[in-house]
Design a protein around this ligand. Structure first.
Ligand code: ME8
Length: 674
């Protein structure tokens, strides 16, 4: 039997689950069901990423032992996922013992092979945070002194012992692998992005910390804990038996590895397509077949995130929509690989058009007519006019073509197109019924054969649609299956094994509505109210429970909060923030972090500004982009170039990945921010 191993990222327990997490898991679950239906032995893995400094801090803030804190958040993920009936074989947790055993083996093997060595990590250290910062993350105080972004106290330049992973040794091997295995990174745009990043050169990676306690100790050197990404990425092999006895250990691992499909959001593409394959190569482990990086669900044009407070609340979603329709919507609406904007309006339209008026209505009217006109038995095709027979044949051809189109698109992970193929065939059936008017044919005994042909064609089409849609709508299609009088589980029926005509003479089951039509205006009004209430409740809860990293900005407190160095409005107004448009951007020779820009701030001459973002942004893609510039920062020289301002960026994650601040609307150059 062929095997198929599919994984999702393991979700970080520094925040509560939202639609984004559910999305990747829906995709993985649908692929898993699809493959099982086609005879594969599937292993589907999801889980949680539970180590790291932020989690340690969040637990401290919640006043709980760290393990207890993470157990609570893991439970909230599992509860949020439960209604979707995901069919994962296992839920991996990086705090599980077997995982730690497996990671130690990966580390040791890479070390024995000479790819992990001890060195010194140099960085700007804050004693209050007990953490290192990159220069770009630090604030600048008087005389250019670097300040901790949290405590605003001077940072010390310290060096700490650290283990390093020899990432630099894998540049050529990775490029060769990408070039020889075009399916390794998908879609192709992402592959090109990664290729150009790796061609730009790779630095060795610091993979241990002595300052972080909540992590997996380095083998034989327990003062150090492993870098969270080394720990987290390894889950994909530890969970199936690498370096431990999980599921029988080695034999199970060999059976399922390499993974066939690793699904990730584009936010973590580089970790999965540069670090992960390099770690595996270092330990002599085969690489996964495909890492597929999907787009982000946006809300109001921005990535859904707890920090921005624009996530789609699962509680509200569940109140109005069944998990099945959400599954259908996310697969049908988002072109897999690209970003998509989530709106309840689009969800309502899609449910009403494709499901309530679509397949639900086809099932209801076909089965009701079979019950009323044919004693509840699906008829064999009767004799009809040449014209009607030809139309019935066209419908039959359209349905069988949809079977091959669905698989063809699905195998390429074009979920939206696969579902579109089913909808297109369904339109044909609907039109066939509307044109033939079986309700009129039923009134005329001479038209009995025509009536039977129409109902036969409609019911058989429905049987094929049920099998095709089973991985996406597992419960609704099982209901249709039973309503058609079929036995067993539709999840086990390969659509391409169905024979046209096999459904006839079956006694239909009880007819129950599948997808009630939703009143768009009323549901939208109710959702708005619920969202407002739920946001208010979350804001309250957040102040006490959600980890600092995930907490939305709270309203200004009346009483000063200890630990925050407040400034007055006058201090703020001293900073002149202006909108600028990037005119040119280029790398600075011999400075791998710096980009040199000319930026139009609406002044007579564009300004020259340098920024340490070269490792994350391709300069060719930046001209034309609007940014926010600190316009009255004293000029300073960097690598021989005068920088006449500073570009604002958010700093993300442990490595301080910069994300340029910008605008959704068009704004004129030079506009002032206040
Ligand atoms: O990155 N749209 O965990 P995480 C679509 N622990 N998908 C989204 C999304 C959105 N708006 N928001 C989140 C981590 N996701 C690490 C991963 S793996 C070894 C370690 C999904 O909780 C998407 O799959 O931040 C994204 O890559 C993932 O959640 C990030 O989850």
């Amino acid at each position: 039997m062929n095997k198929f191993y599919v994984t999702t990222p393991i979700y970080y327990v520094n925040s509560y689950p939202h639609l984004g997490h559910v999305y990747t898991t829906i995709i993985a679950d649908t692929v898993a069901r699809y493959k099982r239906q086609r005879g594969y032995e599937v292993f589907f893995l999801t889980g949680t990423d539970e180590h790291g400094i932020n989690i340690e801090r969040a637990a401290e803030k919640a006043g709980l032992p760290v393990k207890q804190h993470v157990d609570r958040i893991v439970a909230s993920f599992q509860t949020a996922f439960a209604p979707f009936q995901f069919t994962n074989q296992h839920w991996v947790r990086t705090t599980d013992e077997y995982h730690k055993e497996g990671v130690r083996k990966l580390w040791r093997t890479a070390q024995e092979n000479g790819f992990i060595y001890k060195g010194k990590y140099e960085g700007w250290y804050c004693g209050n945070c007990n953490e290192f910062y990159q220069e770009a993350e630090a604030q600048k105080g008087a005389d250019e002194v670097l300040l901790c972004p949290t405590h605003e106290r001077p940072l010390e330049l310290l060096s700490e012992e650290s283990y390093f992973f020899k990432l630099s040794a894998f540049q050529d091997k990775l490029i060769e692998h990408y070039e020889q295995n075009p399916q390794f990174i998908r879609p192709e745009t992402r592959r090109n992005e990664v290729l150009s990043f790796v061609r730009g050169g790779l630095n060795d990676l610091s993979v241990s910390r002595v300052s972080v306690k909540w992590g997996i100790p380095v083998p034989d050197d327990p003062e150090h804990t492993m870098y969270v990404w080394f720990d987290a990425l390894s889950n994909y092999i530890t969970a199936i038996g690498y370096g431990n006895e999980q599921f029988g250990g080695e034999t199970h691992f060999k059976k399922f590895w390499p993974a066939d499909l690793q699904l990730v959001g584009k936010d973590i593409l580089r970790f999965h397509t540069v670090y992960w394959p390099a770690f595996l190569m270092a330990a002599g482990v085969e690489l996964p077949q495909t890492v597929y990086s999907h787009g982000m669900w946006l809300s109001g044009g921005r990535k859904m995130s707890k920090t921005l407070g624009n996530v789609i609340d699962l509680a509200v979603l569940h109140k109005y929509f069944t998990p099945e329709v959400v599954r259908y919507f996310v697969l049908r609406e988002m072109v897999f690989g690209q970003d998509g904007d989530f709106t309840y309006e689009a969800l309502l339209d899609r449910v009403n058009a494709d499901l309530a008026s679509g397949v639900g209505n086809l099932a209801a009217r076909t089965l009701t007519m079979v019950r009323n006109f044919c004693d509840g038995v699906i008829p064999a095709p009767g004799n009809a006019s040449a014209e009607l027979s030809a139309s019935a044949q066209d419908v039959r051809d359209a349905v069988t073509q949809a079977v091959s189109a669905f698989d063809r698109e699905f195998d390429e992970y074009n979920f939206s197109r696969a579902l579109e193929a089913v909808s297109n065939a369904r339109f044909r059936v609907d039109k066939f019924i509307s044109d033939a008017k079986p309700w009129d044919l039923a009134k005329d005994p001479a038209q009995r054969g025509a009536l039977e042909l129409v109902l036969h064609t409609a019911a058989e089409s429905l049987r094929f649609f049920a099998a095709l849609l089973a991985p996406v709508l597992p419960n609704a299609t099982q209901t249709i299956w039973q309503q058609l009088g079929e036995a067993g589980s539709v999840a086990e029926v390969r659509p391409d094994s169905l024979l046209w005509g096999d459904g006839q003479q079956k006694q239909i089951g009880e007819i129950t509505p599948l997808f009630p039509r939703l009143d768009k205006k009323k549901v939208m009004d109710d959702i708005k109210q619920d969202e407002a209430a739920s946001q208010a409740a979350r804001a309250q809860e957040t102040q006490t429970e959600v980890p600092a990293a995930a907490a939305p900005a709270a309203a200004a407190p009346a009483e000063p909060v200890p630990g925050i160095a407040y400034i007055g409005i006058d201090d703020f107004l001293k900073v002149e923030l202006r909108v600028g448009e990037i005119k040119t951007a280029e790398r600075v020779p011999k400075a791998d972090k710096l980009l040199r820009f000319t930026i139009d701030l609406g002044e007579a001459e564009p300004r020259q500004i340098l920024a340490g973002i070269a490792q994350y942004y391709d300069p060719e893609k930046l001209p034309g982009r609007k940014v926010i510039v600190v316009a009255n920062l004293a000029p300073r020289k960097l690598r021989g170039f005068e920088s006449q301002g500073m570009i604002l960026a958010a700093s993300i994650g442990e490595e301080g990945r910069p994300i340029l601040a910008g605008f959704l609307e068009d704004v004129p150059n030079g506009a002032k921010l206040k």
